[in-house]
Design a protein around this ligand. Structure first.
Ligand code: ADP
Length: 252
C-alpha cells in the first residue's frame, strides 16, 4: 500500500492552473475580438465621411484636389493602416480559436504569384517591381487559394518594404521536388540580425533594425499559421544589410 494523496493533490493543482490559463486565454480572445471590432466600425464611418467631404469639395471647388488632396491622401492612408492592424488582430484571434478553416482546391501557384506581384507593384510611386522565375513544370497544387494569397501578399510586401532603394526582390517557384513545391522570396534589403531571427514568427515581434519602417509584427505570425495549416514549413536565411530569403515549402 502506498499513500498517493500528495501526488493527487499536486495533480489537482496542475489541473486547476490549466483551467485558469484556458479561462484567461478565452477572456483575452474575446476582449481582443471585441475591441478590434469596436475600432473597425468607427473607422469605416470616418472613412465614408472623409470620402464624402472630399467629393463635395471637389464638386464645388475646381482646385480642391491641388489644395486639399494631400491631406485626404494622408488621412486615408492612416485609416487604412489602423484598419489593416485591426483586421490582422481579428484574424489572429480567429486562427488561435480554430475558427479559420482550410478549403483546398487545385491551385495554379504561378498565376497566383503573378497576380499578387501585379497587385502589389502596380502604380507604385517608386516604380519598383519583383522579378519572378519558375523552375520545373508548373502543375496544380492543392492549396487554399485565399490563405495562399495572404501568405504571398505578406511576404512580397515585406520584401519590398524592407529593401527600399536596393535591387528589386526576386521570387523563385520550384516544382523540382516530387514531394513539395518550394517558393523562395529573396530580397537585398536590411536583413534580420541573427540573434532575433528565431523570434520573428511571434506575434508583435519586430527586429531592432527596422528603424522607422512601419509595421505591426503580425504578418509573419499569420503567414506561419497558414503555411502550417497546409502541412508546410517556412524557413529563413538572412544577413544584416545583405538581405533575406524566406523559403516556403508546401507538400504536394
Ligand atoms: P511587420 O512587417 O508589420 O513589422 P511582420 O510580421 O511581417 O510584421 O514581420 C515581423 C518582423 O520581421 C518585421 O518587423 C521585421 O523586423 C522582420 N522582417 C520581416 N520580413 C523582413 C524582410 N524581408 N527583411 C527584413 N526584415 C524583415
Amino acid at each position: 500500500a502506498r499513500d498517493i494523496s500528495l501526488e493527487k493533490e499536486r495533480r489537482d493543482d496542475i489541473q486547476k492552473s490549466l483551467d485558469r490559463e484556458r479561462e484567461v486565454g478565452e477572456l483575452k480572445s474575446r476582449f481582443v475580438a471585441m475591441t478590434s471590432h469596436e475600432f473597425r466600425t468607427p473607422l469605416t464611418t470616418i472613412k465614408q465621411n472623409v470620402d464624402m467631404i472630399n467629393y463635395m469639395l471637389e464638386s464645388s471647388d475646381k482646385d480642391a484636389e491641388s489644395k486639399y488632396g494631400k491631406f485626404f491622401t494622408r488621412i486615408n492612408s492612416e485609416i487604412g493602416r489602423v484598419t489593416t492592424l485591426m483586421n490582422d488582430i481579428l484574424l489572429l484571434g480567429r486562427i488561435e480559436s480554430g475558427k479559420v478553416e482550410i478549403h483546398k482546391s487545385p491551385t495554379d501557384l504561378q498565376k497566383l504569384i503573378e497576380e499578387n506581384i501585379l497587385k502589389i507593384t502596380h502604380g507604385r510611386a517608386d516604380g519598383r517591381n519583383v522579378s519572378f522565375k519558375v523552375i520545373g513544370v508548373n502543375q496544380p497544387i492543392q492549396t487554399d487559394i485565399q490563405l495562399m494569397e495572404q501568405v504571398m501578399n505578406n511576404l512580397i510586401s515585406n520584401a519590398l518594404k524592407y529593401s527600399d532603394k536596393t535591387i528589386d526582390p526576386e521570387i523563385v517557384l520550384s516544382f523540382e521536388s516530387l514531394s513539395f513545391v518550394q517558393i523562395m522570396i529573396i530580397d537585398y534589403g536590411i536583413g534580420i540580425p541573427e540573434k532575433e531571427q528565431k523570434n520573428l514568427f511571434t506575434t508583435f515581434y519586430r527586429a531592432t533594425n527596422v528603424r522607422n519602417i512601419q509595421g505591426s509584427g503580425l504578418g509573419l505570425s499569420i503567414v506561419k499559421e497558414f503555411v502550417l495549416m497546409h502541412g508546410g514549413s517556412i524557413d529563413l536565411i538572412s544577413d544584416t544589410n545583405k538581405g533575406s530569403t524566406f523559403i516556403v515549402k508546401i507538400p504536394v
